[in-house]
Design a protein around this ligand. Structure first.
Ligand SMILES: CC(C)(COP(=O)(O)OP(=O)(O)OC[C@H]1O[C@@H](n2cnc3c(N)ncnc32)[C@H](O)[C@@H]1OP(=O)(O)O)[C@@H](O)C(=O)NCCC(=O)NCCS
Length: 364
């Protein structure tokens, strides 16, 4: 049996920043409300498709592991905002990278996608079925937001992260993991009017609405993540005091504070970047992991604990033991094409269409 070591890592955030004050120019909200309820100060808005964010993240991760794309035998992409549903996004990234020998698989468990993916990929490496896997977690979620709904539009942003997984005979990588779903509460996060359950020729089709029960999600998130963390620690025989860093899903600063309090972890051991990027769904954990590495917060052999929750309501936790290398083997020169617009300029046509549609609906 092999262990799946993370040998490469890379992230990509688009440059255009959307601040809370920007949001207040077209929504009935304020910087004070958003910051005090969520801890979010700004988020990014992409000027390119999701696969472009995935490509740059993947190229950076491949360079860090110093392997060629044609050595990969699987590309797995976790996202709920794919470029298209046919073909899948993993095949697009496989093609853009030139990873000709790799199988291509998309998974969608929303915000838990990266940890679900890590669980699956680690198992595939453990059995010897796969040897070099690229796992991408990311979103172009601003594309799907309803810009007339203040309760959800303020929470999310675009980003992507990627890791390379390779077998190692030493006890590194994901030592234990748990994935699950509280499907009785699946309507607490729901994107409507998109999917084969909806009447395709109705006027409302593709006019997505985010049905959201923030309080219910909040309560369940803290409980399910804390419980899953305790279970993975117990399974691995590691105490919470031995954990060097907690890298949780970034949905809301208050959820992160509550999770840290339940686990009894000091604040300086918890990675928090929700203030800079908002909730980037499947991207939050790989992006936080890459930033922690770049900031020197992960040392060789460290125990890193991660947990997430998301639509479904899915939940996941994993305990990683980092390998011997915390720096990239090669630097990558991969970059996104330049962006000549502000975030508000990028969003202007969408905001206008949503507002026009919302006022048409209310006047009916
Ligand atoms: C969404 C969330 C930030 C809301 O915080 P909260 O403290 O629970 O706020 P409430 O839902 O009680 O809303 C309070 C009031 O603010 C209003 N409000 C909602 N969005 C607002 C906004 N952007 N600006 C100003 N007021 C807003 C509501 O309409 C409500 O008004 P009312 O009391 O007159 O009805 C919080 O519940 C949360 O983070 N939940 C989990 C996040 C989540 O679901 N993430 C997605 C899955 S990963």
């Amino acid at each position: 049996m092999y262990h799946a070591e993370i040998t490469g890592w890379g992230m990509c955030v688009p440059p255009a920043r959307l601040t809370n004050d920007d949001l207040a120019t077209f929504l009935d909200t304020s910087d004070e409300w958003i910051t005090s309820r969520s801890g979010i100060r700004e988020r990014r808005v992409s000027h390119v498709n999701f696969s472009q964010l995935g490509l740059v993240s993947a190229q950076r991760a491949l360079a860090a592991a110093d392997i060629d794309a044609n050595e990969l035998d699987l590309v797995m992409v976790a996202s709920l905002t794919n470029d298209s549903y046919c073909p899948n996004t993993a095949s697009i990234i496989q093609d853009l990278l030139g990873a000709r020998k790799a199988a291509a698989l998309d998974i969608n468990t929303a915000c838990t996608g990266f940890l679900y993916g890590l669980h699956l990929c680690s198992s595939l490496i453990a059995t010897g079925q796969h040897r070099k896997i690229l796992l991408v977690g990311g979103e172009y979620i601003t594309h799907y937001l309803n810009w007339s709904q203040r309760s959800s539009a303020i929470l999310f942003g675009d980003a992507c992260g990627a890791v390379i997984l390779q077998p190692n005979s030493e006890r590194v990588g994901l030592l234990s993991s748990r994935i699950g779903c509280e499907a009785d509460a699946r309507n607490a996060i729901q994107i409507t009017n998109f999917g084969s359950a909806y009447e395709r020729l109705s006027d409302d089709f593709l006019y997505v609405r985010w049905n959201f029960d923030g309080r219910e999600v909040f309560k369940r998130a803290v409980k399910s993540m804390a419980q899953a963390c305790l279970e993975v620690l117990e399974e691995a025989g590691v105490s919470i005091d031995e954990v060097a860093l907690v890298v949780p899903h970034q949905a809301n600063k208050r959820i992160l504070d509550a999770l840290a309090a339940r686990l009894g972890v000091p604040a300086d051991k918890v990675v928090i970047n929700v203030d800079k990027y908002g909730n980037t769904s499947a991207a939050t954990i790989p992006v936080a992991l890459v930033e922690a590495l770049e900031e020197g917060r992960i040392k060789p052999g460290d125990y890193v604990l991660s947990a997430a929750f998301g639509a479904g309501l899915t939940w996941a936790a994993g305990l990683l033991r980092w390998g011997s290398r915390v720096t990239p083997l090669q630097a990558s020169d991969a970059e996104l094409p330049p962006c000549d617009k502000t975030a508000l300029e990028l969003l202007a046509p969408h905001i206008e269409r949503h507002q026009e549609y919302a006022s048409r609906k209310t006047s009916k």
